[in-house]
Design a protein around this ligand. Structure first.
Ligand code: PHE
Length: 339
């Protein structure tokens, strides 16, 4: 049987080389690779081979089948390319025609929500800021009222680079850049990728997505903050969402809050997502600390403002009931194709 298989392989390879067009190729496929082909019929006689030889013969036959299939595919590709080249030369192929798009791609769910958020805030007169992902200490920490001795630096497990710079641990660095660049009144959001050297689990990734929001004007209060957040949430979830504020500490805001929303999964009744509390922590926020304004040459006696930092991954997870943040960048198409 071994000889039979090997000679079949040789024969097949040489007849493949003789194929000159797609009709020949199809003949080849039928003769050697199809269910009624010669290889299959050799395989059928496997049952007559001595049992101890069967596994080795089966393996050999499969190897030959794979090799032939691979060669066939390559040859088919080559023929196709030659055909296109020929058509191009003869002017019979219109390369400006739209391609058949039977597997169109789409935007990642995080990009989708980012664009929605940008639209919502543009509608409220906010600019959209961009900033570098490799930041310096000043913008990521010092200007945000986090001097180098401050323990808050440790709470954000920062990736430091050899040159003393860092991968930004939050998009708050962009609020500093915005205040340096523009004079108040000023409103804007800064969406983007942030990095923390965290232990990775279902709700923590080393790279995730935030939107920082900033509003500087005269007489800005917590009321403006709550209203803005409610409008945004209503637009995203297409219904009124209840919010509550709890005190929270961030060196760059005073007072600082954690903004919770009523759990959309159980409608506030208590479930595993909200840990039976009926509330889900969504967004740290607060009124911009006077020291931060001063770092950006803005007079805190005239101007005040609010800032918030929204986790976009978390928002997408809430919207679709996704229970593991690691899915987002797993590269698993079965996950990504659902959106
Ligand atoms: N930058 C903070 C963080 O990532 C979030 C935040 C932004 C808090 C703005 C308050 C105001 O943890």
């Amino acid at each position: 049987m071994k000889e039979k298989l090997l000679s079949l392989k040789e024969l097949a390879m040489s007849s493949l080389k003789d194929c000159a067009n797609s009709a020949h190729l199809e003949e080849f496929r039928l003769k050697y690779l199809s269910k009624k082909g010669e290889l299959t019929s050799v395989l059928k006689s496997l049952k007559d081979v001595a049992p101890e030889l069967r596994p080795a013969m089966g393996q050999l036959a499969n190897e030959i089948k794979n090799t032939l299939q691979k060669e066939f595919n390559e040859f088919q590709d080559k023929l196709k390319k030659a055909d296109i080249a020929k058509q191009l030369n003869e002017g019979g192929l219109d390369v400006t025609l739209p391609v058949a798009n039977d597997m169109p791609g789409h935007l990642h769910p995080i990009t989708q929500i980012q664009r929605e958020i940008e639209d919502i805030f543009r509608g409220m007169g906010f600019m959209v800021f961009d900033g570098p992902q490799v930041e310096d200490e000043f913008h990521n920490f010092t200007a945000l009222n986090i001097p180098d001795w401050h323990p808050a630096r440790d709470s954000q497990d920062t990736f430091w680079l050899n040159d003393g710079n860092l991968l930004r641990s939050h998009t708050s660095s962009v609020q500093i850049r915005a205040m340096q660049q523009f004079t108040p009144p000023l409103r804007g959001i800064a969406p983007g990728r942030v990095f923390r050297n965290e232990a990775i689990d279902a709700s923590h990734e080393a790279c995730f997505y935030q939107v920082e929001g900033l509003y500087i004007d005269k007489n800005i209060s917590v009321g403006n903050l709550i209203h803005t957040m409610k409008v945004m949430l209503r637009e995203i979830f297409k219904k009124d969402v209840e919010v509550r504020l709890r005190p929270g500490f961030f060196p760059f805001v005073e007072p600082g809050f954690e903004l919770d929303i009523s759990c959309l999964i159980c409608k506030g009744k208590g479930c595993s997502v909200c840990k039976q509390s009926g509330w889900v922590e969504l967004c740290p926020c607060g009124l911009v600390h006077p020291n931060v304004l001063k770092h950006c040459n803005i007079d805190p006696d005239i101007w005040s403002g609010f800032a918030f930092g929204l986790g976009m991954d978390r928002l997408v997870m809430m919207r679709y009931g996704i229970d593991d943040i690691r899915h987002f960048h797993s590269g698993d198409l079965r996950f990504i194709r659902q959106f």
